[in-house]
Design a protein around this ligand. Structure first.
Ligand SMILES: [Zn+2]
Length: 444
């Protein structure tokens, strides 16, 4: 018995030894990395995408976002009109017969899209998704659109407007970006009040809270799957935890007029923010945050840094709330992936996936996949740039970039000996589809 046991131990040790030797990963890929990439990409193209973040819309639909771009903002190189990839997108999607967007050429594309909009129905946008093998898509919108099929497009609604019920003149005057953003927030709040038949701000904080709770519940009934904060555009993502009495006093003082100090306004917002999170927990709504650089020339990198949210994300009171940090915290993508170490925190590659070229997206995804592959999702941030280059082309650019980048990241890891091609495809499926499907409670 003793000898057999001894022999068994030696056998196990040597097996473990050879497996370990085979599994030893290397810092450089083997020379067949291109072949591994080609094989993986072919199969990755067949994976249906679940898009965690988009603004699927026609360009003249003002419900596409609760925000708008400030005039004259600086644009990153890849998103300028001169990017030839947009021509490639229009060719792939529509058979666009020209090689540039000169006005007389762009008209061909604009006419096609206008005709689709005029025709009505949901077939057009379903067809756009089909062309890119996108199965399901979250649509960030002020309100649902009749031209989006609710089976394919799930609604994410905005809640920042609840943070701005008082006189906002002081904030509006602060800079040109806020001068564009805040009047739009006031409009969204007015729209929610109309939706809930609320005439003027309720008499006390309890009334205001009831209005908020009812709006969230009604939006969920209409199909809302998540609430979205674009707060990083307006203030720091650091939220304190003030007592209700403080918020109540500020509400009573400024409900009917008067300019709150910056500190009073923020205290009120901190309270309302936490109340909205509590409500998300009750309704089982995911909570989305803009968590990256933003458009506009006055966006504060420091205020928008995702680490500001750490006290909220790591608060045991909110452990049942699923937090989704949109845009990968870019450029703080490494901080971001460590925030997703918490079981209820997720991120996606939207926006950054078309800010940078696939070679750089590959590097970011390689790091993310190596750390928490169950917490990362694809997001397109599809958005219309003008009447010619629309959400259609940005869907295409984001989807092509992500499929090629994740194939390249995984090919390198396979060729470096980290894991097998089969495992690589499992990981690609998590990123492109399964993690999001699971998060929003759908089939995988
Ligand atoms: Zn977006």
């Amino acid at each position: 018995m003793k000898r057999v046991f001894h022999f068994g131990t030696i056998l196990l040790m040597s097996l473990a030894g050879s497996a370990a030797a085979q599994a030893q990963s290397r810092p450089l890929p083997t020379s067949d990395v291109q072949k591994v990439y080609d094989r993986l990409l072919e199969q990755i193209d067949a994976i249906p995408i679940y898009d965690n973040h988009s603004h699927a819309t026609f360009p003249d639909d003002s419900d596409m976002d609760a925000m708008a771009s400030p005039p004259e903002e600086s644009t990153v190189m890849r998103l300028r009109d001169s990017n030839p990839e947009f021509v490639a997108a229009a060719k792939a999607l529509f058979g666009y017969p020209y090689d540039d967007f000169k006005p007389e050429h762009a008209k061909w594309l604009i006419d096609k899209k206008k005709a689709a909009e005029a025709a009505g129905g949901t077939a057009y946008w379903d067809g756009i998704l089909d062309k890119m093998n996108i199965e399901t898509c979250l649509a960030n919108r002020v309100a649902l659109a009749p031209y989006l099929d609710p089976k394919r497009f799930h609604w994410v609604f905005f809640v920042d407007s609840f943070l701005f019920p008082f006189d906002n003149h002081k904030l509006i005057a602060k800079n040109g970006d806020l001068g564009v953003y805040l009047p739009l927030q006031e409009k969204v709040l007015a729209r929610y009040m109309q939706q809930e038949n609320v005439n003027g701000l309720p008499a006390d904080l309890a009334g205001y809270e009831a209005f908020l709770r009812q709006t969230l519940a009604d939006n969920q009934k209409k199909g809302g799957v998540a609430m979205k904060f674009e707060a990083a555009y307006f203030r720091a993502l650091f939220f304190r935890d003030p007592p209700r009495e403080k918020a109540e006093a500020i509400y009573s003082q400024f409900r009917a007029g008067g300019l709150p100090s910056e500190d009073d306004y923020q205290t009120f917002q901190d309270y309302v923010f936490r109340m909205l999170i509590d409500q998300a927990a009750k309704l089982k709504l995911s909570v989305h945050f803009h968590s990256a650089v933003g458009i506009g020339d006055y966006f504060s990198l420091r205020n928008g840094h995702p680490l500001n949210l750490e006290n909220v994300l790591r608060d045991p009171r909110y452990r049942h709330v699923n937090f989704v940090l949109i845009h990968g915290g870019y450029p703080y993508t490494l901080d971001m992936i460590w925030l997703t170490a918490a079981k209820n925190v997720y991120t996606d590659s939207s926006l950054m996936g078309y800010y940078v070229y696939p070679s750089e997206l590959k590097n970011i995804l390689k790091q993310w996949i190596s750390l928490y592959p169950e917490k990362i999702m694809f997001g397109s941030d599809a958005f219309p740039f003008n009447d010619a280059v629309g959400a259609e082309e940005t869907f295409w650019l984001a989807a092509r970039s992500a499929r090629t980048a994740v194939a390249a990241a995984l090919a390198e890891l396979v060729a470096e000996g980290a894991f097998t091609e089969q495992k690589a495809l499992e990981l690609a499926r998590l990123y492109l589809h399964d993690n999001a499907a699971k998060l929003y409670g759908e089939k995988q």
